[in-house]
Design a protein around this ligand. Sequence first.
Ligand SMILES: NC(=O)C1=CN([C@@H]2O[C@H](COP(=O)(O)OP(=O)(O)OC[C@H]3O[C@@H](n4cnc5c(N)ncnc54)[C@H](O)[C@@H]3O)[C@@H](O)[C@H]2O)C=CC1
Ligand SMILES: O=C([O-])CC(=O)C(=O)O
Length: 338
Amino acid sequence: MATSGQKEPIHVVITGAAGQIAYSLVYQICNGEVFGKDQPLILHLLDITPMLGVLQGLVMEIDDCSIPLVKGVVTTDNEEQAFKDADAVFLVGAMPRKEGMERKDLLTANVKIFKSQGTAIDKFAKKTVKILVVGNPANTNCLILAHFAPSIPRENFSCLTRLDHNRAKAQIASRLKVSPDAVKNVIIWGNHSATQFPDVRSATVNVNGTDTPVYDAIKDDQWLKSDFISIVQKRGAAVIAARKLSSAMSAAKASCDHMRDWWQGTKENEWVSMGVVSDGSYGVEKGLVYSYPVHIKNGRYSIVQGLPVDDWARELLDKTQKELLEEKTDALKATSSE
Ligand SMILES: NC(=O)C1=CN([C@@H]2O[C@H](COP(=O)(O)OP(=O)(O)OC[C@H]3O[C@@H](n4cnc5c(N)ncnc54)[C@H](O)[C@@H]3O)[C@@H](O)[C@H]2O)C=CC1
Ligand SMILES: O=C([O-])CC(=O)C(=O)O
């Protein structure tokens, strides 16, 4: 029971808790950066049975951080125990890709995890649960999760494209030698894959106190329409080539940005990118998990409407949708054959 004046703890689930992203994620969640400095929480850490010993080490470290907001930690290899009464879920547990692979090469192995976890979330989580899928291929894993959790409202499902969003901001900021927080309203459209469309046609950058369109500030349309897009699309692969492991610190930071904004709201007149269940906006098939620009208020996102789509943009929006439709077919096939 919470003492008077203190909020009740919320139940926060992290899957793949023994892995590398989770190792960077746990502290940021526990210290109040995501759910608020006055929001106590109970952590539910799920991983597969052989990793339970590693989770014990993680719990020792959480204890040793001595963070007042942490009111309990549950470690488990059992999905019912993990998702019971969940308020917020970070689905990180899945195989990462190795050099030379595309994220969709992980589909057959990973999508089964999301069928099983969708079924468990449907039964055991709160109906208000906010779900973020990080494990790749993130959009299609999220689609499968939602498919197997029909009692959870569609707007409670999302996947991570905030890392791509942050990468796009960082590239623009570095080119203009300004701080990344001077760059606003970049968009990642579509799939968290090499077909995504990083779009800065509506983005602005604050230079000497004035918000200026990124295209006017950069003054190099050719770079913005080719190299910039390809750098952001292939950044994950570049990190793997250098580190021999996929992005973890930046993925954890982006996961926290995503959930914090969903929980606490976006700034007035600013949007962020989130993979969400499409309502048909921008000519995308209803039900696909597609990354859009979103505003968030009172814990609910709305897709930013009315942005211009010229022929060049239409082609890029359709190309990434086409890949998602192919992934959907493969994923439904892989999950129906059991
Ligand atoms: N959407 C995005 O922007 C990004 C997504 N990722 C993806 O995140 C996922 C995790 O990456 P890392 O932490 O680096 O991998 P990792 O291999 O270090 O950790 C994955 C963890 O998941 C666990 N796991 C496997 N099956 C599980 C199951 N059924 N239930 C619970 N846990 C399970 C593993 O035992 C392992 O501890 C990968 O699929 C990776 O590709 C990575 C970076 C960015
Ligand atoms: O590239 C990968 O496989 C990991 C990932 O999703 C990213 O870094 O964006």
